[in-house]
Design a protein around this ligand. Structure first.
Ligand SMILES: CC(C)(O)CC(=O)SCCNC(=O)CCNC(=O)[C@H](O)C(C)(C)COP(=O)(O)OP(=O)(O)OC[C@H]1O[C@@H](n2cnc3c(N)ncnc32)[C@H](O)[C@@H]1OP(=O)(O)O
Length: 257
């Protein structure tokens, strides 16, 4: 597939997707969404790829949904065509996705970053849900995921005032996993993705699925799910290999089986 709004590369076992609408600060329009979903699905299906990184530019990860595309939308079309529903596809990708965020991650940009498995931010990153300033509220998970990540007080503050928070505040409140200097951002994200890709792929995928369960179910159900998947790992050659390598004091060679 030829991409116009994203740049797609592989770095060894890492699938790298760069959002590429610099003239609009990577505003997320439907064309970009279609391309992003296609690229993520292709990497997810590719056995050579173990993890993915989504990034933007120095100025903007993404400044939100494309306001110009959205402004004349009518309720009936938004509802019947389930406007924004396709963004959920990002969350159905089974391999880990890291968001490498520099500059603005606003509205849908912040929501896209939150759909990834974790966020590594440059010191320049600015997160916010400014939809209220446009006469709407977040529609791609901003009220729900943000509240789960940073708690009610901070989520209310951001969604109701529309203010931005910087990378340090975002790390303090649990939205961001790591903050790094801007020049190191992509390398740090790729190295983290390479590290993930060096482990057993089925174990990585089950770990992602199980952590995500924590946001969807009760503690008792989540613990039962964790234990059952943990039990199932003893059916993997990679479990035998990982533990044999530890006791044999050597590096494991995982076959993803
Ligand atoms: C998904 C939902 C439902 O949750 C909804 C949303 O995501 S709604 C969108 C939420 N995002 C915003 O409200 C942010 C809008 N952008 C800004 O406030 C500013 O652009 C800025 C603070 C991020 C940066 O300001 P500045 O450096 O002054 O650059 P600009 O001149 O404003 O922007 C450059 C260029 O990009 C266009 N742009 C920026 N953001 C968007 C956007 N979200 N949609 C469409 N276009 C966007 C902006 O219009 C400029 O283009 P030109 O006018 O020069 O053609």
């Amino acid at each position: 597939m030829a991409y116009e709004n994203i740049i797609v590369e592989t770095r060894g076992p890492v699938g790298l997707i760069k959002l590429n609408r610099p003239q609009a600060l990577n505003a997320l329009n439907s064309a970009l969404l279609g391309e992003l979903n296609a690229a993520l699905a292709a990497f997810d299906a590719d056995g050579r790829i173990g993890a993915m990184v989504i990034t933007g530019s120095e100025k903007a990860f993404a400044a939100g949904a494309d306001i110009k595309e959205m402004q004349s939308l009518e309720f009936v079309d938004a509802y019947t065509k389930d406007f924004l529903g396709d963004w959920e596809k990002v969350t159905r990708i089974r391999k880990p996705i890291i968001a490498a965020v520099a500059g603005y991650a606003l509205g849908g940009g912040c929501e896209l970053a939150m759909m990834c498995d974790f966020i590594i931010a440059a010191k320049t990153a600015k997160f916010g849900q400014p939809e209220i300033t446009l006469g709407v509220m977040p529609g791609m998970g901003g009220t729900q995921r943000l509240a789960r990540f940073v708690g009610k007080a901070k989520a209310m503050d951001l969604c109701l005032t529309g203010r931005m928070m910087d990378a340090e505040e975002a790390e303090r409140c649990g939205l961001v996993a790591r903050v790094v200097p801007g020049q190191d951002l992509l390398e740090e994200a790729i190295q983290a993705a390479e590290k993930i890709a060096s482990f057993s792929q089925p174990v990585v995928m089950m770990t992602k699925e199980t952590v995500n369960r924590a946001y969807e179910t009760t503690l008792a159900e989540g613990l039962r799910f964790e234990r059952r998947l943990f039990h199932s790992m003893f059916a993997l050659e990679d479990q035998k290999e990982g533990m044999a390598a530890f006791t044999g004091k050597r590096t494991p060679y995982f076959k993803n089986r």
